[in-house]
Ligand binder design. Structure first.
Ligand code: SF4
Length: 241
């Protein structure tokens, strides 16, 4: 059973994946832990309410923030600052996007993929929008990012492509676009990419190859010095030789 976090750790460095996922050498908790999850949970409630026909107004935000913002390892001062920041970006998000809420078909939807040979992948898509353009529907899978999500664009698009495979399994339909929405940008510029069948096939093949490598215990050190220089596990593994 794989998920995107496991796969990402494997793509970064398969030896690090072995140290963390198989041997249990986890990294220390970072103090902003919970920031990204708090935003995701808050937006999930807004989107799901919209699916039920209930609009969220600015006046509803204090209650939503109290309910969803959970930063257990931050100092009180930083918790207040983060709450203010989430309040601002949620207001901005509502202002810019509420008119397109009518296009939402799923919010935080679980997916499960069976790729055969005992390989299963699960995950959760943030948002799926389906827009009717003169009788033609286009489907976009959206992933929200915040300042705590430091992964590079290509990795995020790979993640979305995996979700698109899950969406296809769930609905029998191919999504048309993948979109990364960075909430922490002053004025968000959603990064949208058209999705082709070749992208889905190569993602599927990548997952199958990765799963086979994991099952065969082919978990070598990365040859990327830049990765080693910022790797917490370098104390155990000494890095690329
Ligand atoms: S130090 Fe380098 S080789 Fe070792 S686990 Fe980290 S990234 Fe991999």
């Amino acid at each position: 059973m794989l998920n995107f976090s496991v796969l990402k750790s494997f793509f970064d460095c398969s030896y690090r994946f072995k140290l963390i996922s198989l041997y249990g050498f986890t990294q220390p908790i970072s103090t902003p832990m919970g920031y990204g999850r708090s935003i995701h949970n808050l937006l999930m409630e807004i989107h799901r309410k919209s699916l039920e026909g209930i609009d969220t107004e600015d006046k509803d935000l204090p209650d939503l923030l109290n309910k969803h913002v959970h930063l257990p390892y931050e100092t009180e001062k930083k918790k207040i600052a983060s709450k203010d920041k989430i309040n601002t970006l949620t207001k901005k998000y509502l202002e810019l996007n509420k008119d397109s809420f009518k296009d939402i078909v799923f919010a935080e939807k679980d997916i499960q993929l069976d790729l055969g040979d005992g390989i299963m992948v699960n995950g959760r898509m943030d948002l799926i929008k389906k827009k009717n353009l003169d009788g033609t529907f286009t489907t976009t899978i959206v992933d929200f990012k915040s300042r705590e999500d430091v992964q590079i664009r290509e990795v995020s698009m790979e993640q979305l492509s995996l979700y698109a495979l899950g969406y296809q399994e769930l609905s029998g339909e191919k999504a048309d676009f993948l979109q990364i929405y960075n909430l922490d940008e002053e004025l968000p510029h959603p990064d949208t990419k058209e999705l082709f069948n070749e992208d889905l096939n190569s993602t599927k093949q990548l997952i199958i190859t990765s799963a086979n490598q994991i099952m065969s215990n082919i978990l070598n050190k990365t040859c990327n010095k830049k990765m080693c220089d910022t790797c917490y596990q370098v104390k155990l593994c000494s890095g690329v030789q």
